[in-house]
Design a protein around this ligand. Structure first.
Ligand SMILES: Cc1cc2nc3c(=O)[nH]c(=O)nc-3n(C[C@H](O)[C@H](O)[C@H](O)COP(=O)(O)O)c2cc1C
Length: 298
């Protein structure tokens, strides 16, 4: 139990009870005019920091979050229309200029990516950035060789049976319906003239991995990746999520050791990024697969 979880400044506190109201786990209560930690609920605190962030007089601190981690936010200077326009401008970019992504841009992208929500704070998603030409080449060659192996196994019934047993019906279907055809063509193109169909010649790749024993680690990593994607767009960069990379890195001892990926981490998603070669002059309307309000039974 932690009776010093919150440190209240009784001089600054106006007794408005906002911190009590906003706490999702009832960890703060009013004791007379002043809030206090509910000691026997202190363990329920998820360190979301909302109690600190709503206080208009900066009258409390949380022992679990350093004071300097709290930053003032400005009111938004754009509305739905501008935000929607921004989202509509995003495309999966697969053609890049021969120009590297500045490390300052990478830093900004990571800073924005870290604003993504997570099941429970703190983040457990880690990001590996590959932006050296020789490392990109190494990874590309590794992908080609890995998928060669998969194609070889897929080319005979016994190999297919083993893959099906090892991966289950869902992943097997995905491999059979999408991956085999794609990798066949990608590897042919690579062998012909070194065309890169896996990472599309991007000057940088981000690989997202997370500790498999942490809450919502898969969703968290995808959200971090998605935030990174939008941040890159705001910097004039183009990105594409690449599903062909994570399973290869995940399974390869060589790559895991080369990249220092902890043994408890799963490799979940990846993003290529660079300066787009072309400007998109049109967007495209996309509809969700289904939308429904409330119950349909009456
Ligand atoms: C989970 C996921 C995996 C993807 N994997 C690949 C991939 O391996 N290679 C690729 O070129 N595009 C990949 N994409 C990009 C999609 O093909 C792209 O989002 C889709 O065609 C829609 O186009 P848009 O992003 O321009 O709207 C992936 C997207 C997602 C969400």
């Amino acid at each position: 139990m932690n009776d010093r979880l919150h440190i209240f400044d009784s001089q600054a506190c106006k007794g408005d009870g906002l911190c009590v109201d906003v706490c999702p786990h009832g960890v703060i209560e009013m004791v007379g005019e002043i809030p206090a930690t509910v000691v026997d609920r202190a363990e329920s605190c998820i360190s979301c920091g909302q109690c600190v962030m709503v206080c208009p007089t900066e009258a409390l601190r949380l022992q679990t979050i350093p004071e300097e981690h709290f930053e003032r936010v400005k009111s938004l200077s754009f509305g739905f229309e501008q935000f929607h326009e921004f989202l509509r401008a995003r495309r999966s970019v697969r053609m890049f200029k021969d120009k590297e992504v500045p490390r300052e841009d990478i830093d900004k992208i990571l800073k924005a990516a870290a604003t993504a929500p997570m099941g429970f704070p703190p983040h457990t998603t880690e990001v590996l950035i590959i932006d050296e030409v020789s490392e990109l080449k190494f990874l590309l060659e590794f992908l080609v060789n890995h998928y060669d192996g998969l194609l070889k196994s897929f080319s005979n019934p016994i190999g297919r049976m083993f893959i099906r047993l090892a991966t289950g019906a869902e992943i097997y279907g995905e491999l059979r319906n999408h991956v085999v055809g794609f990798a066949t063509k990608a590897n042919e193109d690579y062998r012909r003239d070194k065309t890169d169909r896996y990472m599309h010649g991007a000057p940088a790749v981000m690989i997202f991995h997370a500790n498999r024993w942490t809450t919502s680690y898969e969703e968290n990593a995808h959200l971090v990746c998605h935030h990174a994607m939008l941040a890159a767009l705001s910097l004039g960069l183009g990105t594409t999520i690449i599903g062909m990379i994570p399973p290869v890195v995940e399974r390869s001892k060589v790559l895991r050791s080369r990249y220092g990926i902890p043994k408890d981490n799963r490799v979940l998603t990846s993003l290529i990024l660079g300066h787009p070669k072309y400007r998109y002059r049109q967007g495209i309307r996309r509809d969700l697969a289904g939308v429904q309000f409330n119950c349909t039974a009456h």
